[in-house]
Design a protein around this ligand. Sequence first.
Ligand code: TYM
Length: 339
Amino acid sequence: MAPTFTPRVFSGIKPSGGLTLGNYLGALKRFVETQDKGTEAVYCIVDLHAITVWQNPADLRHATRELAAGFIASGIDPEKSVLFNQSQVSAHAELGWIFNCVARMGWMGRMTQFKEKSGKNSEKVSLGLFAYPSLMAADILIYHATHVPVGDDQKQHLELTRDIAAKFNNDFGVDFFPLVEPVIEGPATRVMNLRDGTSKMSKSDTSDMTRINMTDDADAIATKIRKAKTDSEPLPETSEGLEDRPEARNLVNIYAALDDRPVADVLREFAGQGFGAFKPKLAELAVAKLAPISTEMSRLMQEPDEIDRILGRGAERAEAIARPILEQTYDIVGLVRSR
Ligand code: TYM
């Protein structure tokens, strides 16, 4: 009989560039909701993933601490949840290697994010970028995590995580790694680019006007929303009316997610109104929700030593869960341990 695994949540965010509204609504805000439900949760700043693309070392250090500040300012309590940066727990990289030997080249080659990121340049990108999903599987499975809250763009990587767990279990005749459940929920699982409602809001887009950063001030947030692409129709009464209107749908989804309301409820309030009326309301709401977070992030960033202390303590707690699972994995694989 398959073992039952105690529910445990794991998720991660890369410290490359700053945090966007997409990261906040698709991931961070939902991490806080999970924490507040009381499930054991491990949250990781995945710095080893960030370096699959070259990072300036000083910028990487800054982005790591700023992301930690973003987690805490958003409501992650480092006493309740485990919060740390990946490179401080070497078991991730060690299990990542084992999974490199389980996963198949063909599986990695099919990853749409790899194809998008490597583009026509696939011979020139790092080997790490290609192997990235097997390290991601290790991040999750080194904790025997069962639930992984993410945005929609990570779905394929989580399916691959299940494939790796299933192949490992099958190859070694064990029921050792759980098959994780992706948790992709709420109105903002895919926050779109403010200038093009058919592509994702991303920290790597060259134009800053396409995204809201968690460090943007009130003026920047209001300007970006005012200039966001829309259409000339009034808002519809039901969400079916947003189907062929990607930009309108995106702004309504953002409103609903920020205000913790269903989309239908937002449409009931704004149906019949145009963007001239809706955008200022959205800007007001976004500033009200995001400004306290960015103010708290700046405050926390005044004390980098305190952030490092929190990450170090989180890493110790993470290590205490991960190390025994790594040791059992080594035993299953047949690697001799004699010290
Ligand atoms: P990353 O750093 O690109 O994004 C972090 C989280 O933010 C979500 N997200 C979005 N959600 C909605 N709309 C958007 N526009 C948007 N942009 C980003 C992502 O879905 C993600 O949940 N590979 C991962 C990091 C990772 C990880 C893990 C995640 C490494 N190991 C293990 C979960 C479990 C990544 O690059 O996320």
